[in-house]
Design a protein. Sequence first.
Length: 125
Amino acid sequence: MRKPQIKTTLMGLAIAYLLEAIVLYVLTGITIWAMVSGDAKAILTDSALVVLTGGAAIWLTFASRAIRKHKRWARSAGVFWQLIQLTIALGTFEANVLWGLAIAVPSVLVLITLFTKEVVEATRD
């Protein structure tokens, strides 16, 4: 793969990571709002959820920057996160097939891209 093409691929991965992070930031904000407004039924559970989703959002934001800089750990972070999302998608299929597909399809595409020869070679430290 030519160098400009790998830069485009890595930028696409960075954008995918950022979009996933944005979803997590939004979900974190919604949970915080529910806690502040009194709509939350389980404060302790929601507090843990805020820490986990907020931490994952920050982590994906850093991974987005790192994948553009050809860092190996960013590829590993992406693989891990896509596997987490696929697990969530499997559970979501029971409730709504379209939502399950909306989670699973992008995750599979990112996973496939992360394992291409060009991306693996570009992210060697």
